[in-house]
Ligand binder design. Structure first.
Ligand code: UDX
Length: 438
């Protein structure tokens, strides 16, 4: 099939490369000419394991191309996937859907023959119905340009695998355009094995995505709330979480206690979901998400308190090594990253911060240029009064505690992700402190 993918960020670039990999002819569209030049040359403007190779491979086959022309996109595609970002608005928790509106407004006037436009972005419920009308009104082909919603659940770090082997595909189609289901099934027919399909209306499809992220955020904040209680009682949240995980009704995934969730999705999605619920008059139903957010943000402050306490009550003149800046391992994404937020706070309180992250250094430097940046984990630890681990990259886990102890001023470690082997570090002479543990 001839497919376009509008917006070539984490979601769009991955979707475009994967659709080419399963045999479609794909045209990626972006308004940023530098991005188009880079992608055309097979260069990925961010870090995502496996995606760079796939991009090079698929651009070389000629099945994957990029353009900044909506006219070319409209002439080329039978199915247009819209993958632009919906960030948090500057003035409230609501989602900013202006990029989506702009994408539809740019594409629609060029649509002269019947086609399907498929939204994949995470949106406030009701957006798809609104865009369907906007599309049909602005397109010369009128109601021949139909809209469907097909939310994306990929995780950064596993984007290619999640796209090629999704655990489910949700197809939101309107009663006026039931043919959209057949077209989308044809797009995904090459996936092997075929995932379960949930075919539903537009509003349900939009809600599946935000409710999935709200549930995941709630699970993380639940265990982090237990960590707060553990801290007040001397109990151990790691053992508590392990014991809970054996109950198959609860399960152990997304029950990892630590400095909490960040990134370009979970934090802004729970805020946008609450804002939308308020607009719909059901704000009370999602008020618990306010607590989920608050628990999550308190964990960042707790790491700062713990580090301050371990430095004798003040951070002025103290050298602190921060391991990690990305919001999670296998990513260079620092959007709303707990690690970078904590590092900036430590600096603001007078600490001399030396930060190292295997992949996120450039992005971190752009956002927080005032911090010190080291060439590796050991260099960051050089002369440190405390080492704070905030992103659980495997290379930090694998470090030899004795080797790190040899370069620090004081062997004190705050494990903000409950990622290190506590006994090993204590045997190596370290004072070990973690969130939710005695
Ligand atoms: C998330 C959803 O998982 C994905 O389905 C959706 O499409 C986009 O949003 P992503 O943002 O890539 O994906 O990150 P995810 O792997 O979900 O992690 C989110 C955050 O939660 C990270 O900061 C991570 O460190 C944190 N986390 C995760 C925990 O603190 N504890 C856990 O147990 C799991």
């Amino acid at each position: 099939m001839r497919i376009t993918v509008i917006g070539t960020g984490y979601l769009g670039a991955t979707h475009a490369a994967c659709m080419a990999a399963i045999g479609h002819d794909v045209l990626g569209v972006d308004i940023d000419p530098d991005r188009i030049t880079a992608l055309t040359a097979g260069q990925l403007p961010f870090y995502e394991p496996g995606l760079g190779d796939l991009l090079t491979e698929q651009t070389q086959t000629g099945r994957l191309r990029f353009t900044d022309s909506y006219e070319e996109a409209a002439a080329f595609g039978e199915v247009h996937f819209v993958c632009v970002g919906t960030p948090q608005r500057g003035d409230s928790g609501a989602a900013d859907v202006s990029h989506l509106d702009a994408a539809i407004d740019s594409l629609a006037p060029h649509l002269h023959r019947p086609c399907l436009v498929v939204g994949k972005s995470t949106v406030p419920v009701g957006t798809a119905a609104r865009l369907a009308e906007r599309l049909a009104t602005a397109a010369p082909v009128g109601a021949g340009a139909t809209l469907a919603w097909n939310p994306e659940f990929l995780r950064e770090g596993f984007a290619v695998a999640d796209t090629l082997h999704p655990d489910r595909l949700v197809l939101g189609v309107s009663a006026q355009a039931p043919q959209a289901e057949a077209a989308l099934r044809e797009v995904y027919a090459p996936l092997d094995p075929q995932p379960p399909f949930v075919v539903t209306d537009l509003a349900t499809a939009e809600l599946v995505k935000v409710s999935a992220n709200a549930f995941l955020a709630t699970k993380i904040s639940f265990i982090n709330a237990m960590a707060e209680v553990c801290e007040a009682t001397g109990a151990d949240v790691v053992q508590l979480g392990r014991a809970l995980s054996y109950d198959t009704r609860i399960g152990g995934r997304f029950l990892g206690p630590g400095v909490g969730f960040g990134g370009g999705c979970l934090p802004k999605d729970i805020r946008a979901f609450q804002a939308r619920a308020e607009e719909l008059g059901v704000g009370h139903a999602l008020r618990f998400l306010h607590e989920v957010d608050a628990i999550n943000l308190r964990r960042r402050e707790r790491v700062v308190e713990l580090t301050t306490e371990l430095c004798g009550g003040g951070l002025a003149g103290r050298r602190i090594a921060v391991w990690g800046a990305a919001f999670k391992p296998d990513s260079d994404d620092v959007r709303d990253a707990p690690a970078l937020t904590v590092a900036a706070r430590l600096h603001a309180l007078g600490a001399e911060v030396s930060l190292y992250d295997p992949k996120a250094m450039d992005n971190a430097r752009k956002l927080q240029p005032q911090l010190g940046y080291a060439t590796d984990a050991l260099a960051a630890a050089d002369g440190a009064h405390a080492v704070v681990l905030l992103t659980e990259w495997p290379e930090f886990r694998d470090l030899d505690p004795a080797a790190v102890a040899a370069v620090v001023a004081r062997p004190v470690v705050v494990d903000g992700r409950n990622a290190l082997d506590r006994e090993r570090w204590e045997r190596g002479g370290w004072t070990y402190r973690a969130l939710g543990r005695p």
